[in-house]
Write a protein that binds this ligand. Structure first.
Ligand code: RB5
Length: 150
């Protein structure tokens, strides 16, 4: 499995730490930037990762900004994306199991590196559950359709 990963300047250091973790685990990824801690605009990188996941080029993605909020807002505007901002491991595995989240969002100014890496590990280890959860996710897709954004 290959992951799409991206951040703004505020998330740059944590993105690099996540890449280190993925390397250790032998997990492949494509880094969509940013590539330094120089100030930049989070929507540019959030959109690139969200579109790559929505196109099906990558099954999952990870985005990091200062709070995670900006990246979440941007990513969730792309049809087909279910981006989950997580600051704890319970939300992380629930977002995969119940919400079929396909992008994990982290706030580098909110969670420390150790917790963030635990969240990444937990999120990647969880799988979508079917049944009532799948039905609810279908209803999310129906909302996108209703507004012509499928
Ligand atoms: C950058 O200063 C900051 O606004 C950004 O990383 C993010 O927190 C936005 O939601």
């Amino acid at each position: 499995m290959r992951l799409a990963i991206g951040s703004d300047h505020a998330g740059y250091e944590l993105k690099e730490a996540i890449k280190g973790y993925l390397d250790e685990q032998g997990l492949a990824y494509q880094d969509f930037g940013t590539y330094s801690a120089d100030s930049c605009d989070y929507p540019d990188f959030g959109l690139a990762v969200a579109e790559a996941v929505a196109r099906g080029d990558f099954p999952l993605g990870i985005l990091v900004c200062g709070t995670g909020i900006g990246m979440s807002i941007v990513a969730n505007k792309v049809p087909g994306v279910r981006a989950a901002l997580c600051s704890d491991t319970f939300s992380a595995h629930s977002s995969r199991e119940h919400n079929h989240a396909n992008i994990l969002v982290l706030g580098a100014r909110v969670v420390g590196t150790g917790l963030a890496l635990d969240i990444v590990r937990t999120w990647l280890a969880a799988s979508p559950l079917g049944g009532r959860h799948a039905r609810r996710v279908e209803k999310i897709t129906a909302v996108e359709k209703k507004y012509g954004r499928e």
